[in-house]
Design a protein around this ligand. Structure first.
Ligand code: MLT
Length: 412
């Protein structure tokens, strides 16, 4: 009989979001009438339709595929030149950041690449992860065997967790000990916190001093609204030598269903062989794509390109503004009734403290039961998430207004 990858058996319970869906389904079965009123502020899934520039580009691309003269079959594994060049120009070079089109690898979204990148890296790396955190970073490290067993306190052996709390503004400083791999996500999922230049500089310095690699997830970059915050780690000198950056079109372009993102792997980032040779990851990443994938569909690549057209940019800005306004309504609404809330300024997530003595799953149940509002319990993001809930601003304005109204009426 075939052997299985037993590291999967270390994983605790289900993945967070399917678990929430399971609980919502149980609620629907138990209370069908109340379930019809549920407002979903749980998983960060967009609600507004795709920008019209995207729709038009997709229609045009489909038409191209309908005719022999313009038909396209297999494309380059890492994406067509037209989209890689567009990204390099608009997201990087046009903003004075040195990133070449050949360093951009198109994918079906940043979630997958955050896990796939571990294929290039050996076992035994010391991994540093913030707590609370997007669960993909921890789970994918468990899956490949970078961790020990699940611990009674909720973590996994072998991972260095960095607590992110109100005391450090939910931005951890580099640890005293050495690390090989560091996961950072800013704007942060789940806390909504944002890192500043000085703090990011400290991480880049730490990575360079320790020959470590930073895996920098900027899926929520479009939501940075305050001036002078770093939108890319490559704004920091030296980051090209130590950082790989993950981007997504899910939240800015509304591509959660369309599926497209990209990873920037600069030519300078390197790792070591056991016998001490330095190998650049760019070549390995390209090799991986060539073998494992035929890339993102042509229609979707044209859709992504349209996000950078003048119309596309204006429509993306309107979408981001819609969700950020929702976040402000959530924040202000809760603050007005004495909730302690964080985030929601440079991110579409509001991170709210539970009342004293109420656990995050109890709060989840209570909000679902009494207000018919679904949120995410902070404990699902790690030990330091206990005592908090995450409320997503991805929703229609009507739903957000109603959710605030219902939540404000709850008494504790
Ligand atoms: C979230 O809710 O944290 C995200 O939407 C999940 C994801 O992007 O995979």
């Amino acid at each position: 009989m075939a052997l299985i990858n037993e590291h999967y058996l270390k994983l605790r319970g289900g993945y967070l979001f399917p678990e929430i869906t399971r609980r919502l389904e149980a609620f629907r079965v138990a209370e069908p009438a109340a379930a019809k009123r549920i407002i979903r502020c749980g998983i960060g899934d967009v609600t507004e339709p795709l920008p019209s520039a995207v729709i038009e580009a997709m229609h045009n691309a489909v038409d191209e595929l309908a005719s022999r003269e313009t038909f396209r079959g297999y494309g380059p594994a890492a994406g067509y030149e037209f989209i890689r060049e567009t990204i390099a120009q608009h997201d990087f070079r046009g903003r004075g950041i040195d990133v070449d089109a050949s360093e951009i690898f198109l994918s079906d979204g940043s979630k997958g690449d955050c896990g796939h990148i571990l294929e290039l890296l050996g076992r035994g790396n010391r991994v540093v992860i913030a707590d609370p955190v997007y669960p993909v970073y921890v789970d994918t490290n468990v899956m490949v065997g970078n961790t020990g067993e699940a611990l009674a306190d909720g973590g996994y052996g072998g991972i260095v967790y960095l607590p992110c709390t109100p005391a450090n503004g939910f931005v951890a400083a580099p640890p005293a000990q050495r690390a090989d791999l560091i996961y950072l996500c800013y704007p942060n999922n789940p806390t909504g916190a944002m890192i500043d230049r000085r703090q990011l500089r400290a991480w880049v310095d730490y990575a360079l001093e320790n020959d470590a690699i930073i895996l920098y997830d900027v899926a929520y970059q479009a939501f940075i609204s305050e001036p002078d915050l770093p939108r890319s780690i490559y704004e920091i000198d030296g980051a090209r030598r130590c950082a790989i950056e993950f981007h997504s079109f899910s939240k800015n372009g509304g591509f959660t269903g369309v599926r497209c993102g990209f990873t920037v792997c600069p030519r300078e980032v390197a790792g070591l062989t056991k016998d001490g040779r330095k190998i650049t990851l760019h070549e390995l990443w390209q090799r991986r794509w060539n073998t494992r994938s035929n890339g993102v569909s042509y229609v979707v690549q044209r859709a992504a390109e349209a996000l950078y057209s003048p119309d596309g940019k204006a429509q993306v800005a309107a979408l981001v503004d819609h969700y950020l306004t929702n976040a402000r309504i959530l924040r202000e609404g809760f603050e007005a009734v004495g909730w302690k809330v964080f985030g929601g300024v440079n991110a579409p997530y509001v991170w709210a403290a539970c009342p004293d003595g109420v656990s995050s799953w109890e709060m989840f149940d209570r909000l679902l039961q009494d207000a018919n509002v679904a949120v995410v319990p902070g404990a699902g993001f790690g030990r330091c998430g206990e005592g908090y809930i995450r409320i997503s601003a991805f929703n229609s304005r009507d739903n957000i207004d109603t959710a605030v109204d219902r939540l404000r009426k709850l008494s504790w």
